[in-house]
Write a protein that binds this ligand. Structure first.
Ligand code: PEP
Ligand code: MG
Length: 590
């Protein structure tokens, strides 16, 4: 008798969006919206069909509200508010009237009418260039899937389909933000999707929930089923179907090493961040939601170097009041005292739009009405935020920073708004820090080229590498088709960064880095070599970055920067950096 041939190992490369290594049986989730079987009805049945949809809508509403309640208590209000848009969609009377009309005029079952209307909305959203609107198609699919399920056309949601007994690795075409946030961590080890980008809501949720994840796999093999073992490497973005025994042994070793590395890193908690030859760098953390503050403190951050306020702001309209914002910023100020927080004013636009803006999409949102441009066109709204930040400034060390600065005039106009806001508070006797520090994000090439002028207007720069790379190399940061061209170490990007740091220091202000590259350990020798004053990184990268810095010498890294001036390709820049990084901390580089 011949032995059955072992199943072949298949390696799929995607984008790792949430770190960690896991494996387990595959759980394949269907597409969110599947067409119900065509069913005709009699005219006499129309009223009964209308009653069925009413009941299904009520049931769906109850389920979403319950899910929202659970998530608010487990994960915090910020996470739960993602469902507000879903509830609005569910209650949209235009949609419901269309469904009822279709059922009545075509005499088809209500689920067929509902599917047909929702599918049309999803398809038209998918054709829109704006990535934020495209992503809303996923929300509609999510809500519609729930309604269809309640109409008995079962389309399981991520949580319910997974068997209790064996925690699985989810493979799906796409996961909606609500399915992601609703994932039960005792049943789900990790997930991988065919589509998606590192900046989608789904990726953000996976990171904050600590679920290893890979997106943009393009195609999951069609014959994949539960008998398959799936390995997810959220660091490298690799997904391995049926990993061979040898591969599993390699990954087991990696997991052991990861454990040792993490326990070693404990030593770096609560320590300053100092190079081997005695130069100190401030190491702070990036946050989007208040409930990240605990992890940030536990992991030993020296304050928050970037608070992206737009996520909180966009989540619910009521939260935008001055009072609510002031309370929110005060919480961060108190939690980060005495190190402090850099509160970035709204960076709405690009892929981050609130409902009012979604109705009027731009042809090229990343080159459009974004960040400070929007704030300066809506000064009433801008000053509500500035007053709230000023009010929080007496409760800790608060700095304010403006995103998407492209010219001197913009920084001057933004500062003028701070002055007016200060006067407004003075008039009503509300205290604030008169000397609040003001910074500019440097993330657009034109800002780099006028950096000497900008530096005379502000107290600090913070380099936003995510956007600086995208705008310097003309590569959309959320388009996985050109992901290979998105090169953090492109010599032109390094030139932009060098010029920014030098301009800051020439003008006696400090310069930090807060894009993802700040926590890229291959680039740490660059930050040390340039003498940047602060790095603000995602909280999972904090202790690794601190350890890496402690193993580098500023002198050696300054020599590296001289060599990099002669490099013409990203590959050579990377090679020089890796020579240093892999000699100093090989164990941290996986
Ligand atoms: C950046 O552009 O690097 C940055 C930190 O800001 P955001 O990612 O929010 O655009
Ligand atoms: Mg940016």
């Amino acid at each position: 008798m011949t032995e059955p041939a072992p199943q072949a190992e298949i390696r799929l490369q995607g984008i790792g969006v949430s770190p960690g290594i896991v494996w387990g049986p595959a759980e394949i989730l269907g597409k969110a919206l599947e067409e119900p079987e065509k069913t005709n009805i009699q005219r006499s049945e129309v009223d009964a069909e209308k009653a069925r949809i009413s009941l299904a809508l009520v049931a769906t509403r109850d389920q979403i509200v319950e899910l929202q309640r659970q998530i608010a208590s487990d994960e915090g209000e910020d996470h739960a508010s993602i469902f507000d848009a879903h509830l609005l969609l569910l209650e949209d009377s235009t949609v419901l009237n269309e469904v009822l009309r279709l059922c009545e005029t075509k005499l088809i079952a209500i689920e067929c009418a509902y599917f047909s209307v929702m599918k049309r909305y999803v398809d038209s959203l998918r054709k829109i260039a704006d990535p934020y609107l495209r992503e809303r198609a996923v929300d509609i699919e999510d809500v519609a899937g729930r309604v269809l399920k309640n109409l008995k056309w079962t389309e399981p949601s991520a949580g319910s389909e997974i068997s209790e007994s064996d925690a699985s690795v989810i493979l799906a075409h796409d996961l909606t933000p609500s399915s992601t946030i609703g994932l039960d961590r005792s049943k789900v080890r990790g997930f991988a999707t065919e589509v998606g980008s590192a900046t989608s809501h789904t990726a953000i949720m996976a990171r904050s929930l600590g679920i290893p994840a890979v997106v943009a796999l393009h195609q999951i093999p069609e014959d994949c089923d539960r008998s398959e073992n799936i390995l997810i490497d959220g660091y490298s973005g690799l997904v391995i179907v049926n990993p061979s025994p040898e591969t599993l042994v390699d990954y087991e070793k990696l997991l052991e090493e990861e454990k040792d590395i993490l326990s070693d890193l404990e030593l770096f908690k609560g320590q300053p961040t100092i190079t081997s030859d005695g130069n100190q760098i401030i190491l702070s953390a990036n946050i989007e939601f208040l409930d990240e503050l605990k992890a940030v403190a536990e992991r030993g951050a020296e304050g928050v170097g970037l608070y992206r306020t737009e996520f909180f702001y966009m989540s619910e309209k009521e939260l935008r009041s001055e009072e609510n914002q002031a309370q929110n910023y005060r919480t961060v100020a108190e939690a980060t005292s005495p190190d402090g927080v850099i509160i970035r004013t709204l960076d709405i636009g690009g892929d981050k739009l609130y409902p009012e803006l979604r109705e009027d999409p731009e042809p090229n949102p990343f080159l459009g009405w974004r960040g400070i441009r929007l704030s300066l066109d809506r000064t009433e709204e801008f000053r509500i935020q500035l007053r709230a930040i000023l009010r929080a400034s007496v409760h800790g060390k608060v700095r304010v920073m403006f995103p998407f600065i492209s010219s001197l005039e913009e920084i001057q106009a933004a500062k003028e708004q701070i002055e007016i806001s200060k006067q407004e508070l003075q008039e009503v006797g509300i205290p604030f820090d008169e000397n609040i520090e003001v910074g500019a994000m440097i993330e657009i090439p034109s800002a780099v080229l006028v950096a000497d002028h900008l530096a005379k207007e502000v107290d600090f720069f913070s380099i936003g590498t995510n956007d600086l790379i995208q705008y310097t190399t003309a590569v959309d940061r959320i388009n996985d088709r050109v992901a290979n061209l998105y090169q953090p170490m492109h010599p032109a990007v390094i030139g932009m960064i060098r010029e920014t740091v030098e301009a800051a220091h020439r003008n006696n202000i400090w310069c930090g880095v807060c894009g993802e590259a700040a926590g890229d350990l291959t680039m740490t020798p660059i930050w040390v070599g340039l003498g940047v004053d602060e790095l603000s990184v995602g909280s999972v990268q904090l202790l690794k970055t601190r350890k890496a810095i402690s193993l580098l010498s500023s002198k050696e890294c300054a020599e590296l920067m001289k060599k990099l001036q002669h490099c013409g390709t990203e590959e050579t820049v990377k090679r020089h950096c890796l020579d240093i990084a892999s000699a100093a901390y090989p164990e941290l580089l996986y």
